[in-house]
Design a protein around this ligand. Structure first.
Ligand SMILES: [Zn+2]
Length: 270
């Protein structure tokens, strides 16, 4: 399995980073994409990929970009800075970038400008786009509808059936998180997940967020994780996302693990 979204620098995972990675390996995770949410984080994640990758237990890549929450930091220097970072071979995608009209931590105008800038960078360096879309009402898709666009993944897909249809028609990959395991919020996603072609499916934890609700509640105590972090998500819990996806597609766990791993390798060059 490959976890295509880990917020590894988050302090919840930095409480015991070596153990987080060794549990991931034990659980069958082969590779991780470390997600960057602003340009300062990209350099830190590249350094981590070099350091951790040298041990050769797991493979690491990172994204390079500015999250819609941080879009207000996108200025006239960002384009050139991002191009420079994005040319590093450990950078596998531009993002996460996109629009989040649910939270609006940056203004919608700022979000659109930063996303536009990052789409241009992705085209220029010809690397995939790692996209966040929360309640953009079709605006993410319309901004991505343009010639010469590299492949794109809609990470942590939580949209409507219309959104899904639009993204699949555009040929985009769809990333599924533990949102699908959420008894209430995941209902729509559980019925839609079988519409995603197997060769467009990716799985992710978005750790330390979105802990899969079907994961065992004694996971933390069994692994000696501090009680303070027992509700956090980590890459070792990716198997529970895969299990939920397999169940609702009526396919085997092995099939989903294999296909999503192959897709991630092909898309991100692991
Ligand atoms: Zn996101």
């Amino acid at each position: 399995m490959i976890d295509i979204c880990v917020n590894f620098l988050n302090r919840q995972l930095q409480a015991d980073p070596e153990m987080v990675l060794s549990r991931a390996e034990e659980s069958g995770v082969e590779g991780l994409v470390l997600c960057s949410t602003d340009l300062a984080m990209v350099a830190a994640n590249i350094a981590l990929c070099e350091l951790l990758g040298a041990a050769k237990n797991l493979q690491y890549r990172t994204t390079a970009g500015v999250h819609p929450h941080d879009a207000s930091t996108w200025d006239q220097h960002s384009h050139a800075q991002l191009i420079k970072l994005a040319n590093n071979p450990l950078v596998c995608a531009i993002g996460e970038c996109g629009l989040d009209f649910n939270r609006n931590y940056s203004t919608q105008e700022e979000q659109i400008r930063a996303f536009q800038g990052q789409i241009e960078v992705a085209i220029e360096v010809n690397k995939p786009l790692f996209v966040h879309d929360r309640e953009s009402q079709g605006q993410v898709l319309s901004m991505l509808t343009r010639p010469n666009l590299p492949p794109a993944v809609i990470h942590c897909f939580t949209g409507s059936e219309d959104d899904l249809r639009g993204y699949l028609e555009a040929g985009f990959y769809i990333g599924i998180t533990g949102w699908i395991c959420d008894k209430k919020r995941g209902e729509d996603l559980r019925t839609m997940v079988k519409q995603i072609p197997l060769d467009k499916l990716l799985v992710e934890t978005d750790a330390p967020f979105l802990r899969p609700q079907n994961a065992p509640s004694d996971f933390a105590s069994k692994h000696g994780i501090a009680a303070k972090w027992k509700k956090r998500n980590e890459p070792a819990l990716l198997a529970w996302v895969v299990e939920e996806v397999a169940q609702h597609r009526q396919e085997s766990v092995a099939q989903i693990a294999q296909a999503t791993s192959n897709n991630a390798k092909q898309l991100f060059g692991f």
